[in-house]
Design a protein around this ligand. Structure first.
Ligand code: SF4
Length: 487
């Protein structure tokens, strides 16, 4: 068992935290002579000088990397502390922190700024050498800036401002100390990107290469903010409707599929359309057309506001009735109870969808359904994997965006066994959740990139030793071909 250490180099910094930080705060001494004996994670709190004009006195800096002139030590849990400080509403910046042997002022400050560090102090990186690799977090409050350096009028006031800011950060320091500790980490497998999402992202990337930016994309190509941001940086332009696309341009339709009216609108604007609809969603569209052409009322089990359901319903809007849950399944009234069919949104929670389907089957013995179920292999596998992991965990973290249906369903499945949270990335993980969680399960929705899981694991490794285990319930080798426009 490792224990966490909170330390400050100076007596005034220690005094600023006195009574506000529940753990003992060690005073390590200033400069190179500072010492700390640690077998576990270390948090260094104190003041620093700004190296960029973005920072003002009283701003906080969390070091993502602790640098000296000739070394760089990563701070694995930096994003967790950053998130805790942001939730407190404090002005906080994340970036490299430089430690130098002497106070950096005058011409030395420009040289220090040229290293790319956000701020400079005289201890953090040196103290990090006494802690296990990656397990030091440094939190510094800005005293002096390039345009208001040390030892000038106003320094005392700026010092008080910085020490007050440090004290305001005490609740986050307490959360870090409570969360520190060794853990078992269980990774659900399969997790993260499915074949439909990989295909959709690759379509946009290839379209950018082949046709050059801008490539327009109707709606989020997949429901993940990290993926969307990454493609935007490369020249993709996301729009709500095709009437926002310049005539004659290239537009990619998202993986969730669209109603036929969207294709008609795109054709009317003479757009080059590349269809990234997942083939498994396209299969549900063709089922709806087939059932509706035979005069059936088609019950579409799903969430009415979800883009996939909006697109699927658009195939035969006069015939489709959306059924959100078993209660609605018990109420729906088709035109003819002998001509009824049922399809499903691909990303539903399998148990919940089956309960709605069972009600419909019971009420309408003539109900027909596709020979193979609509909830896709990726949804089924990810739910089975997270169920397995959740049963062995104190807490489950699901990487995914709030508007991702399959990610939200993973949270619901995991919640049946205990605490589970949906987070966009590591900075969304609340240190308070970790205080009593020694066994942490992690998964990611089908639209969340795999590297997000790696970042959370890395953060946990900054709080103590971790043992990582893959919990696999299925192998996946599904690949879909690309449309000819980008083949
Ligand atoms: S979750 Fe399933 S239906 Fe949706 S894109 Fe992935 S493979 Fe296709």
């Amino acid at each position: 068992m490792t224990s966490a250490v909170v330390c400050t180099p100076l007596g005034v910094e220690q005094a600023a935290l006195r009574g506000a930080v529940s753990a003992a705060v060690l005073r390590t001494g200033a400069g190179l002579s500072g010492r700390v004996d640690a077998t576990g994670p270390v948090l260094v709190a104190g003041v620093a000088g700004a190296l960029t004009n973005q920072l003002r006195p009283g701003d906080l800096v969390v070091a993502e990397e602790l640098r000296t002139a000739d070394s760089a030590t990563p701070s694995h849990a930096a994003a967790l502390l950053l998130g805790a400080l942001r939730r407190l509403g404090l002005p906080v910046h994340l970036g490299p922190l430089l430690s130098r042997e002497h106070i950096t002022d005058g011409r030395h400050r420009a040289a220090a700024a040229a290293t790319g560090a956000l701020a400079v102090d005289t201890e953090s990186a040196y103290l990090a050498r006494h802690a296990p690799a990656g397990q030091t977090v440094a939190l510094r409050a800005i005293v002096d800036t390039a345009d208001a350096p040390l030892l000038r009028p106003g320094t005392a006031w700026r010092g008080i401002t910085a020490l007050r800011a440090l004290r305001a950060a005490a609740p986050a320091i307490n959360q870090w100390a409570a969360a520190a500790g060794d853990r078992q980490v269980m990774l659900a497998s399969p997790r993260s990107f499915c074949a439909g999402v990989e295909r959709a992202v690759e379509i946009v990337e290839r379209a950018l290469q082949r046709f050059g930016p801008p490539v327009y994309v109707r709606r989020q190509i997949v429901h993940n903010s990290c993926v969307v941001r990454g493609l935007e940086l490369r020249g993709a332009v996301f729009v709500d409707e095709v009437d926002q696309v310049l005539q004659g341009s290239t537009v990619v339709l998202s993986a969730h599929g669209v109603a036929p009216s969207v294709r008609r609108d795109a054709a009317a604007r003479r757009l080059r359309v590349i269809d990234a609809t997942c083939p498994l969603v396209a299969k549900v569209h063709s089922e709806v057309r087939r059932f509706a052409e035979k005069g059936n009322t088609v019950f579409l089990i799903g969430h009415g506001e979800h883009e996939e359901v909006v697109g699927t319903r658009g195939e035969a809007s006069d015939s489709v009735v959306v059924v959100a849950n078993p209660t609605e399944a018990a109420r729906v009234q088709p035109a003819d109870a002998r001509k009824v069919a049922c399809v499903m949104q691909t990303t539903l929670a399998a148990d919940e969808a089956e309960r709605s389907a069972a009600v419909l089957r019971e009420r309408f013995p003539a109900l027909v359904a596709p020979p193979r179920e609509d909830i896709c292999y990726a949804t089924t596998n990810r739910q089975a994997a997270v169920r397995e992991v959740a049963q062995r965990s104190d807490l489950v973290l699901v990487l995914g965006s709030q508007n991702s249906s399959n990610s939200r369903r993973l949270v619901e499945v995991a919640e049946k066994s205990g605490a589970a949270y949906l987070v966009d990335d590591a900075s969304g993980v609340d240190l308070c959740w970790l205080a009593t969680a020694r066994r942490v399960g992690i998964t990611a929705g089908a639209s969340a990139p795999p590297h997000l899981v790696g970042e959370v694991v890395r953060c946990l490794s900054g709080l103590g030793r971790i043992r990582v285990q893959e919990v696999s319930v299925a192998e996946e080798d599904v690949r879909f071909t690309l449309p000819r426009e980008v083949h």
